[in-house]
Ligand binder design. Structure first.
Ligand code: FE
Length: 192
């Protein structure tokens, strides 16, 4: 069965003024849709056609992996932002962040640094590793921590299409925007 692009979990204007409707129209409406369409074209008539997205991501390489992983990465990314986002995590996630990184400010600084320094196109992640510890990771291109057995808690898209319309080349400004809309409820719900 063919994959479909999941609905954006909020209105295209919902992240303004931090992330514009124009960015969402291009990023979600065009780039993300293209990954879905390309994936469907590539897997039609192959063994992948009956597999879940996660199964494909874990078992594929080349163009199938690139499009499947980008579909998976964006599914996570859209949920990591929201109109009622921003602020700091609470509860068990806050305790884990504090225990791992010292405090929230240190975590935020280290995540931002990692994200801004992704070379070329890629992603920044907060993950829970198989031993349940937290870590900040980055991946190149379509790379996803799912293939390492990690559980993504937070994903930040560092491809230029995420920020070029709103912030041109200013990645630090995009990161400020990301923190203004970050959806800690989503991240907390992924904790194992
Ligand atoms: Fe993207």
């Amino acid at each position: 069965m063919a994959f479909t692009l999941p609905p954006l979990p909020y209105d295209r204007h919902a992240l303004e003024p931090h992330i514009s409707a124009e960015t969402l129209d291009l990023h979600y409406g065009k780039h993300n849709q293209t990954y879905v369409d390309k994936l469907n074209g590539l897997i039609e008539g192959t063994d992948f056609a009956d597999q879940s997205l996660e199964e494909i991501v874990k078992a594929s390489e080349g163009a199938v992996f690139n499009n499947a992983a980008q579909m998976s990465n964006h599914d996570i990314y859209w949920q990591c932002m929201g109109p009622n986002g921003g602020g700091e995590p609470t509860g068990a996630l806050a305790e884990k962040i504090n225990a791992t990184f010292g405090d929230y400010a240190t975590f935020k600084q280290r995540f931002t640094e990692a994200a801004v320094n992704v070379f070329g196109s890629g992603w920044a992640w907060l993950v829970q590793q198989p031993d349940h510890s937290l870590a900040i990771k980055t991946t190149s291109n379509a790379g996803t921590p799912i293939t390492e057995g990690d559980t993504p808690l937070l994903a930040c898209d560092m491809w230029e299409h995420s920020y070029y319309v709103d912030y041109r080349n200013a990645r630090p400004k995009y990161m400020e925007a990301f923190w203004s809309v970050v959806n800690w409820d989503y991240a907390a719900a992924q904790l194992g």
